[in-house]
Design a protein around this ligand. Sequence first.
Ligand code: ARG
Length: 456
Amino acid sequence: MDKMWAGRFSKETDSGVNAFNSSISFDGRMYRNDIAGSIAHATMLGEAGIISKEDSAEIIKGLQSILADLEIGRLDFDLTAEDVHMFVEAELTKRLGDVGKRLHTSRSRNDQVAVDIRLYLRSETEAIRELLKKLINVLCDTAEKHSDTIMPGYTHLQRAQPITFGHHLMAYAQMFLRDIGRLDDTNKRMNVCPLGSGALAGTTYPIDRFMTSKLLGFTEPMANSLDGVSDRDFCIELASAISTIMMHLSRFSEEIILWCSWEFKFIELDDAFATGSSIMPQKKNPDVAELVRGKAARVFGDNVTLLTMMKGLPLAYNKDMQEDKEAIFDAIDNVKLCISTFTPMLETMTVNKENMRNAAARGFINATDCADYLVKKGMPFRDAYKITGGLVAECIAKNTTLEELPLDCYKAKTELFDEGVYDAINLENCVKCRTSYGGPAPESVINQIKYVRERI
Ligand code: ARG
């Protein structure tokens, strides 16, 4: 393809430089946004009398036909074009002749690309949001089925206190709900319009930036033209929000991996969402969860790429910024892939209630409840804590549990104990009584589900 800047140069660009410089192989995916931006620009140029109404209409029709041809595969990207912006403009000129050459009046690729990425990321943010909603729905549905499924809650990966599986799942629902909030916040700052910033210093043409901003669904035009072409904060913010989603998915994956192990056996993944081994016939591996955990690493890398790419750039546009796309696209592609594979994996897993209950029965997770029992009988908590510690030590020595320890042993510690202690340390009761707001009691889990459903 002939270079648009050929007038200034007396030599052809080195072919290696052409390939090095080119971004169409990865920015081609923004063609719809590029054409939408150009249609808004052409509309405004016509309305403002910068080009004639007829030329404006012809350009818009030409752009629409390019879009239609790209959509049905009648037109392919010209990979010798430097980027998607050059490609669309060159194709327009090929189709319309001189009229096509009027489109770029009072515009630069610098404000053009800034519009395109914002439009592209805006719709991708919406897509990620929808995927998160589906995931949260699956969490709520599963939590509803397991609002009274007892499992050990952990700290330090040591059995700590009794909770319900529903409660555990709803913790993740809260994280993903916050993730949606982060996407929405990012979108607020992203959804402003840089078009009309020109190369860096605006333009002398009587453009109407409010019109293009409105036509493209932005909330307002960006208020400084240098900032308009050199801001990539929104990519960084989005990559950061996506990184947090990946971090949550990765923690969850880690638990899925643990829960599928023979050591836990709390859940079993559906055969369609697990993989086997090439040598060990007995294996059933949680590859999906492991890959999600692994992909979190590369998305964090994308986030750091963007921050580092921007940190030393003088205003305004620098070609370094072309590197924004592969990083943010990679983050988007991977988070979408991860959520859409993770959600059905979760939806189809089987929960082994019995193993969860058995695990809860071992590990003295009702020790706090035993101490609380004494506190309710008037003993100061620290004393009750010490006595219960002694009882746990005794159980360990006798290889028994608090539930099975005879009443004499309790009474030997303090006369405050009576038969009632067995009710107090019964795991079902321990969970049922944890009715504090946000707690694991079945009724509280049901309330949490309601809370989350109302918010999505
Ligand atoms: N492909 C370029 C990018 O992604 C478009 C902007 C080019 N601007 C320029 N002044 N060379 O950043």
